[in-house]
Design a protein around this ligand. Structure first.
Ligand code: SF4
Length: 137
């Protein structure tokens, strides 16, 4: 399975147009409203969502790469455990019908969201600190 290169910016100009994202970010980034953990993290999110295509990866991705909670390649957020984040990734891919290594687009994702979002919300969003930003919950 493919994982994130150490520095995706150094992978060449063609790859810069392809975002490398883990499972749960394929869903959550559709609800990005300009908020995040730090200025650098937010600027990176704007750059990620501008990319045309997405390659699905496992583990820490291009978003995690600018996150203050990423330590030694693992999510050390106080709200989650790395294991829970991996489970979220797997569940997101199950719901979307995608697998690591696939290349997808934001358009493909947007077309799948209506049929899966209620299940996703009930499983994960009620315990997430961003629920108010995404769904005003
Ligand atoms: S909180 Fe964890 S999963 Fe979310 S971006 Fe940061 S390191 Fe990645």
């Amino acid at each position: 399975m493919k994982t994130m290169p150490i520095n995706p910016i150094e992978t060449g100009s063609k790859k810069e147009r392809k975002a490398l994202l883990r499972g749960h970010h394929l869903i959550c980034l559709n609800f990005f409203r300009g908020e995040g953990y730090s200025k650098e993290f937010i600027e990176n999110l704007y750059a990620v969502i501008k990319k045309e295509k997405i390659e699905i990866v496992t583990g820490a991705d291009e978003v995690c790469g600018k996150c203050p909670y990423l330590k030694e390649g693992k999510c050390r957020s106080s709200d989650y455990t790395d294991e829970k984040i991996h489970l979220q990734d797997q569940e997101a891919l199950r719901l979307l019908g995608f697998k690591p290594g696939m290349i997808v687009s934001w358009k493909m994702l947007a077309s799948k969201l209506p049929e899966i979002i209620d299940e996703w919300k009930s499983e994960f969003c009620f315990a997430c600190g961003y629920r108010k930003v995404c769904f005003n919950l």
